[in-house]
Each structure stands twice: as structure tokens, then as C-alpha cells.
Design a protein around this ligand. Structure first.
Ligand code: URP
Ligand code: ZN
Ligand code: ZN
Ligand code: ZN
Length: 472
């Protein structure tokens, strides 16, 4: 099957130009003008942007949390992702202390293998370091192609690891070629503050935010950066929400420490007052870290612009308002943390970022796709439009306007945290490895078509073995 996309404007992290794209055998076979090839299908992009498929480096699909399981699994979650222009997700594989890591990886493969409609990979949670864990890790990187580890500095008595574990994970990652990701909040202090609040009868959703102040995120971020310096390792801070954390990242980077930062759509456009919505509606806006005072948004946007923050993850982790978020009606600590973000991640960054002049179009591509591909060992197979890369292409209408709503999103969850928000720009059609997943805004993909991606080690490129055929 050969396809030719005509009349589009190709946008990468560095370029912007008009050219046609020839697709053959899942890959981009040529980019140029007047490609006189015999093709099975000509796709007219009608002046739309042609973007590399988005890479969402932070999802929790089919994940157990707080006595329940996320509403969206690898099928509904990746369908939503595709509608939003994302063609690769990297999900967090949770592990259990005392159990072989390979069991957790198998469990995550079982959740995803027949369900994903786009390609996917896993990060591996590290909750403890011991001889068994150390003996498993080399093969997990080399054979399973999982080259990023996640350490939680919060969620005491659930996911939280101690500083010794973080230190040893950083040390091991440096030796083996993996990137260490941290959820940076001081879990011990949060544990104390939440117990204190409950004892004082403070049970409403807003206390979720008030018991996890920005200083606690800043402190943990600085601590993780310091341990990265000590081990001469590499660190990626997930879901950065505030100035306090950002300052620690910027300080580390200015000293040449290998620290990267991700933020999420919610921290860029929503603020702490959402947690005060009446009738328990504030529960829809419970994330960890929590939404912040509005002034932090400006700082995050500037950091995306300046490059102090490099990526945007959705932190997709959806729970129904009815039945799931409501578990915390009389105790905010029982509200499952997280929200449905996978579908609107790119639209929000485009509309609020590019259209409002906060970031450039090339930065948009870098932040939503290219940088994640490079950091997580998927480049240049994923993350760009180039000859030899996978034909993961988004035909993106940069002018269309729409209103975000749970009535029209494609996720299984019963609300949308951006309900009523007007955005400009929307994917019209989305191709994954040369095949339509979304065509003219209709789903045409298939569960199980998405494949697990083995990734290169940190700092290395995937070998794509493709000859350059034609260039302009
Ligand atoms: O509130 C959040 N972020 N839920 C998902 C789990 C995590 O901490 O990333
Ligand atoms: Zn987290
Ligand atoms: Zn403040
Ligand atoms: Zn998360």
C-alpha cells in the first residue's frame, strides 16, 4: 500500500515547508514536490499542517489506584489519544515490592496487547532496590527495551520510595543507560499535613491542595536534583506544577546537571480555585501535585518558551465523577487522584500556546513529540517527519474552533476537566504507521493494531535502517 499526502504544510521541531509525503510499508518513503509515483490513495490535506504524531510520555491506563481502577484502559485511552493527535503513549508499569519486575511487565503487556490502537511503551516503577531488582534491570533495558524508571517521592505507604532507593536507582540508571523519572513531592510531610487536616475536620477537596503546598514540591525537586548531581546521573521530573519546582530545575540545569522537566495541560490553564467548586465538584480537579495559584501558570508558560521545561505529558489518569471520585465525599484523601487529559493535551497547548503567541509552532512540535522521542529512545523512528521514520502523521486544521466537552470526547470517563473551554486547532485525520486511525474526524482504527515499542538506551538513537530515496 502506497499513500501520498498532498497540499499540506510540514511542521517539525525545526522546519516549516510545503511538500508532499509518500508513505510506503508503514514508513515515510519520500518527501518532496511532484512525487510522480503510482499510489493507492492520494490524501488531500487542503492546506492543513502535517505534524509528527504526538508522543504522550505520561499516561496511567487501566491503573489501580485508591481501591479503584482508572476508567480508561488501553483501548478507550488510546482512542482518545488518537483523536487528540497522539500516536504514541508511554504508560507507567506499576510494580509490587517483593515480586519480580518481570511479573509486573507481563501484567502491563496483558493489559495492552489486544487493546491499544496506537503504539505504546512502558516506564518501569522502581519501589525498592535489592539484589533481585539489580539482577533484573540489565535485561529489562537490553531485551525488553524499557529504558526509563519511575520513582515516587510521594504517596506514603503506597508507591513512595525512600531517598536511598532514589539514590541507588539514579546510580544504576547511569550505569545501565536509563532515564530516572520522579514524582517530586515530599510524601512524609504530606502524610503529616493530611492527617492533621482530617483531625481538624477539614475534609473538602480544597484541603487536598492546602496539604500539598508548592514548597513541598520544590523541596522534593531540589532533593532529587541534588542526588542526580551526586550520582552524575540523569533525571526527568514529571508533572511540574509550580515556580518552586521550576527554580530547582533551572538551578540544576544552569550547573550542567542532566535534569529535564515536564508539565501538564491542567497546570497551564486551571488553578486552585477549581477545587472549591460546590457540590463536591472540586473533586474533578484533584491531581497530585495539586492545581496552584494562578501566578504559577505564567511561570510555566515562560519555562516552556525558554526551554527550562521541555515536554508536556497528559498524566492521563481518569476516574468517573460518579462512583469513583465520590469515594472521597467525606474525606479528601480518598478521592482518587488524576483526570482525563490524553485527548486534549495537544489542542490545549496549540490553542493556548501557539495561537496566543506564548510558544512557536516549532516549539509546539518539539514539546508535544520530538523531545519526548529523543529523551525516551524513540527518535528518529518516532517524533519527526523524515524519510525512514514511521508514518505517524497528524493532519491538523490550525483554524477550526471547537468547544471541549465530555459530550463529544472519546474517552470512557463521565466528565471533562476542560468542559466548555474553546480551543482553536484540531486533528482532522491521524495516521499511525501509514494507516488511518482517525479519518475526517471518525474513528477507523482497530484495537490491537498498536504495538509495543522497544526503546533505545538513554542518549542513544533507534536504528531505523532506511535508505533516503528522494529529497527535494
Ligand atoms: O494525580 C495524579 N497525578 N495521578 C496520577 C498518578 C501520578 O502521581 O502521576
Ligand atoms: Zn505522579
Ligand atoms: Zn502563590
Ligand atoms: Zn502520573
Amino acid at each position: 500500500m502506497k499513500k501520498l499526502i498532498i497540499n499540506g504544510k510540514i511542521v517539525t521541531a525545526t522546519d516549516y515547508y510545503k511538500a508532499d509525503i509518500l508513505i510506503e510499508n508503514e514508513k515515510i518513503a519520500a518527501i518532496g514536490k511532484k512525487l510522480n509515483t503510482d499510489v493507492d490513495e492520494v490524501i488531500d490535506a487542503k492546506g492543513a499542517y502535517l505534524l509528527p504524531g504526538g508522543i504522550d510520555p505520561h499516561t496511567h491506563l487501566d491503573m489501580p489506584f485508591g481501591g479503584t481502577v482508572t476508567k480508561d484502559d488501553f483501548e478507550t485511552g488510546t482512542i482518545g489519544a488518537a483523536f487528540g493527535g497522539t500516536t504514541t503513549v508511554i504508560d507507567f508499569c506499576l510494580t509490587n515490592k517483593g515480586e519480580p519486575l518481570k511479573n509486573a511487565i507481563k501484567a502491563w503487556h496483558d493489559k495492552s496487547v489486544d487493546k491499544a490502537v496506537i503504539d505504546y511503551s512502558f516506564h518501569l516503577m522502581i519501589g525498592e532496590i535489592n539484589d533481585e531488582v539489580l539482577s533484573e534491570l540489565p535485561s529489562i533495558i537490553d531485551n525488553e527495551g524499557i529504558s526509563s524508571f519511575k520513582v515516587f517521592m510521594a504517596y506514603k505507604n503506597v508507591f513512595q520510595a525512600d531517598d536511598g532507593t532514589l539514590y541507588r536507582t539514579l546510580e544504576t540508571a547511569k550505569k545501565l543507560g536509563a532515564l530516572v523519572m520522579v514524582h517530586a513531592e515530599n510524601g512524609d510531610v504530606i502524610d503529616y499535613l493530611t492527617k492533621k487536616a482530617l483531625a481538624e475536620g477539614k475534609t473538602e477537596p480544597i484541603y487536598h491542595a492546602l496539604t500539598r503546598p508548592p514548597e513541598i514540591e520544590g523541596e522534593a525537586t531540589g532533593r532529587a536534583a541534588k542526588l542526580t548531581e551526586l550520582t552524575n546521573s540523569q533525571l526527568y521530573v514529571v508533572h511540574v506544577s509550580c515556580q518552586d519546582a521550576l527554580e530547582k530545575i533551572a538551578e540544576a540545569r544552569s550547573k550542567g546537571i542532566d535534569v529535564w522537566g515536564e508539565t501538564c495541560p491542567q497546570y497551564l490553564v486551571l488553578d486552585k480555585t477549581y477545587l472549591e467548586k460546590p457540590n463536591f465538584e472540586g473533586a474533578k480537579y484533584v491531581w497530585s501535585p495539586p492545581l496552584r495559584d494562578k501566578h504559577h501558570q505564567d511561570v510555566l508558560w515562560k519555562a516552556l518558551k525558554s526551554g527550562e521545561l521541555q515536554t508536556i505529558g497528559s498524566d492521563q489518569c481518569s476516574f468517573d465523577f460518579d462512583g469513583q471520585k465520590s469515594l472521597g465525599k467525606s474525606d479528601f484523601t480518598k478521592i482518587p487522584n488524576g483526570g482525563p487529559m490524553i485527548e486534549d493535551r495537544m489542542s490545549i497547548l496549540f490553542s493556548e500556546g501557539v495561537k496566543k503567541g506564548r510558544i512557536t509552532l516549532n516549539q509546539f512540535v518539539d514539546i508535544t513529540s520530538t523531545r519526548a522521542a529523543k529523551l525516551f529512545g524513540l527518535f528518529p523512528k518516532k517524533g519527526t517527519i523524515a524519510v525512514g521514520s514511521d508514518a505517524d502523521i497528524v493532519i491538523f486544521d490550525q483554524n477550526v474552533e471547537r468547544t471541549i466537552s465530555a459530550k463529544t470526547h472519546h474517552l470512557a470517563v463521565d466528565y471533562n476537566a476542560f468542559e466548555g473551554m474553546k480551543v482553536t486547532g484540531e486533528p482532522i485525520s491521524v495516521l499511525s504507521k501509514g494507516e488511518f486511525v482517525v479519518k475526517n474526524k471518525a474513528f477507523v482504527g482497530k484495537a490491537g493494531k498498536g504495538k509495543f515499542l522497544k526503546r533505545a538506551k538513554y542518549g542513544e538513537q533507534l536504528d531505523i535502517n532506511q535508505e533516503v530515496k528522494i529529497l527535494m
